[in-house]
Design a protein around this ligand. Sequence first.
Ligand code: NAD
Ligand code: MG
Length: 391
Amino acid sequence: MKQQVTLLGATGSIGTQTLAVMAEHPERYEVFALAAGKNWQLLAQQCLQWQPQQAIMVCPEAAQALRQFVQAEQLDIQVRHGLDAMAEAASAPVVDTVVAAIVGAQGVRPTLAAVEAGKRILLANKEALVVAGQLFMDAVAQHQAELIPLDSEHNAIFQCLPPQGIDAGVNKLWLTASGGPFRGFSAEQLARVTPAMALKHPNWSMGQKISVDSASLMNKGLELIEACWLFGVPESQVEVLVHPESVVHSMVEYVDGSVLAQLGSPDMRTPIACALAWPERITSGAPQLNLAEVAKLRFEAPDDDLFPSLKLARQAMVTGGTAAAVLNAGNEVAVAAFLQHRLSFQGIFNVVTDCLNKVPVAQATTLDTLMQADLLAREHAEQLISQGSLR
Ligand code: NAD
Ligand code: MG
């Protein structure tokens, strides 16, 4: 029996690489639904290749354009639009696996729908877990969903954890970070960086938002929160280490002093293939690691003064409730403004800090409460940016 897959965020960096791995194993995977934001042209090409039952765009105009294409090509594909349609495609009874690769808090509803339907979820959309961690993990337990991390660090930890669970002698989790394009910069240098510079990641080719997050270390802040929820540990049990080669993807430290690491070329197809086939192993198309060629692996402590993202993420975790949703929303707005040249790079830290300090925090009991906090933080961040006070 082939695995039936719904792919949320099909046209993005993770989405296209997931399809590339699946294309190497056509006997294993079939696509039930492909979903994306507005790039209907790429989704149309993917429809031709994969012939899914459903194709969904978040944007109605893009869905209309795709519908015309599907009719012209006489494809038997139902074209839909909106997040509700994505949630339905993620929870449809025939679906086995949902790949959650939408970027940002927008991914929460369809991903949560997959959890509530008890699916196997391959999670790349870290913002969904940052925003709704407790709710999300409670739903995973309640509906016996299976959550497999796609994020390379968390996938590495997933591979290094003891089969008996986190309580079987784990002391700490170590997340590695490349340090991004601005590693070693001075405050003066950082004050002059541009979006184009932030988008040039030394080791990985990724979507725009996560590239900026990697440059600011907010990606590692979000990943710290992601690790706490995925593996059930407090923030004090998660450490971060800068490792510029991006070969050691993360580590698990045990009480006896052992440290287990997962290594590989910096290529997302490896964690994608691992998660798609788990517990089996399949080829991914990624190059095998050549350590003699890499020759040197460096490790250093992160610079928490110049890049305060980790401190901010820890503050949000300790505060609890809706604080992480506020951090995430403030960051999403700030990153978008930075990309539009409306905010300086360091302004991102100022906006997130101010959101965390000023937006009221509530208990995170329902998705509506979380979305309300998300909205308040977005409004607060927008106001700060348009006032120009924190540039
Ligand atoms: P991307 O920008 O390349 O792609 C995002 C995808 O989401 C696109 O298909 C886009 O159409 C879709 N999308 C955007 N807004 C949407 C909406 N409102 N509704 C539905 N679909 C929408 O991003 P990416 O780099 O592929 O990252 C996706 C997620 O995976 C992010 O959460 C990111 O943090 C995470 N991630 C990415 C990488 C990587 O190497 N790219 C690695 C680890 C984790
Ligand atoms: Mg990562």
